[in-house]
Design a protein around this ligand. Structure first.
Ligand code: OTD
Ligand code: ZN
Ligand code: ZN
Length: 340
């Protein structure tokens, strides 16, 4: 008989949007319930670009969550980023990583980097100090088909970055394509990928199932089935350079269900249940702990969590709404439940 419980080291979320103000207070507890640590994205409006702003934001997150949950902060790179500010924030233990948003690639990325060469001095400094670069890997060229933007980013930008900064640690975030999985798989020890629940579970058909489905829309957008399968194979392969990053990105229901709906999927409340279902379907539950709780910490050079969590084989019924927000897999039943 298949095992009825699964106990693993406490997982971490290596990519999440916790927002600010009232939304932060609403959503952060879900992440803190599931994870020991989380890398918090800096795409607030205005973005988190200075050490002081990051410190203050970290305090607000800690006030919104339980003791024992550790937010790890990131710095938003712009054309004006000063390499010394980045090095100082990293040296003072405020920043774990810096985030590259190609300008215009996703929500609140208007102040992102317009030309990768503008941040070369910063990348050189990060390479020296061992600070990780997190990358939203999509080109923003409007002439490139939206479903090809990740693949083209790898060809045009990432290949060059890896060549020009061979010792820079890079996380290609929320991968969605066979090309990304392949690139990271072959990329050596300094490159890793995160994978979201949605890119393991849905393909692009989900956006149009019986009508337009705004709650399945995020960036990078879900791709064809063959890509989902390639990403699944890599995520569940046991490779040490692929790990959990939910990219949970809540928007109000009104902002999602709109003539110009925001990109982002709110998956934090049942993220572990979503991932566990995938690992079980792939017959890879024995590799779930590495993906969720070990590989990320090792890549970032952090200690593993000492606590454990237990999932029980008992259905989780994902509600239609949670605190007014529509969660990923709303209305569905998932086979595992996180015990608290
Ligand atoms: N939404 N994707 C991302 C961010 C957001 O709302 C967001 O902040 C991303 O790629 O980081 C997305 O769909
Ligand atoms: Zn992104
Ligand atoms: Zn994100």
């Amino acid at each position: 008989m298949a095992s009825q419980t699964l106990t693993i080291r406490k997982p971490d979320d290596w990519h999440v949007h916790l927002r600010d103000g009232e939304m932060l207070i609403r959503v952060a507890p879900y992440t803190a319930r599931q994870f020991g640590r989380a890398i918090v994205m800096p795409n607030l409006a205005p973005p988190v670009t200075s050490v002081e702003v990051a410190r203050e934001y970290r305090k607000r997150i800690m006030a919104a969550t339980v003791p024992g949950f550790t937010p790890l902060m990131t710095c938003y790179l712009t054309d004006q980023t000063n390499p010394e500010e980045i090095a100082r924030g990293h040296g003072e233990g405020v920043w774990i990583a810096a985030k590259l948003y190609p300008a215009g690639a996703t929500t609140n990325s208007a102040s992102g980097v317009t030309d990768i060469r503008n941040i070369y001095p910063t990348l050189a400094r990060m390479e020296q100090t061992g600070m990780v670069l997190c990358v939203h890997g999509e080109v923003t060229d409007p002439d490139v088909d939206v479903f090809d933007r990740e693949k083209v980013f790898i060809e045009r930008t990432l290949s060059r970055l890896v060549r020009d900064f061979p010792a820079l640690k890079i996380v290609l975030e929320h991968i969605t394509t066979a090309e990304a999985a392949e690139f990271v798989q072959q990329g050596g020890v300094n490159i890793a990928a995160t994978v979201t629940p949605q890119h393991l579970v849905i393909n692009r058909n989900a956006l149009f199932k019986g009508g337009l489905r705004p709650h399945a829309y995020c960036l990078p957008v879900a791709k064809r089935e063959e890509h989902r399968l390639a990403v699944r194979r890599f995520a569940t392969s046991g490779a040490s350079n692929v790990f959990l990053g939910t990219d949970s990105a809540p928007h109000s229901r009104e902002a999602k269900e709109s003539a110009c709906g925001c990109a982002g999927i709110f998956n934090a409340p049942y993220a572990l249940e979503s991932y566990a279902a995938v690992f079980e379907e792939e017959d890879a539950l024995d590799r779930f702990e590495a993906f969720a709780s070990i590989n990320g910490a090792r890549f970032y050079g952090l200690p593993l969590n000492d606590e454990t969590i237990t999932l029980e084989r008992m259905a989780t019924h994902v509600p239609e709404t949670i605190d007014g927000l529509v969660p990923f897999q709303a209305g569905e039943a998932l086979p595992w439940s996180l015990l608290t």
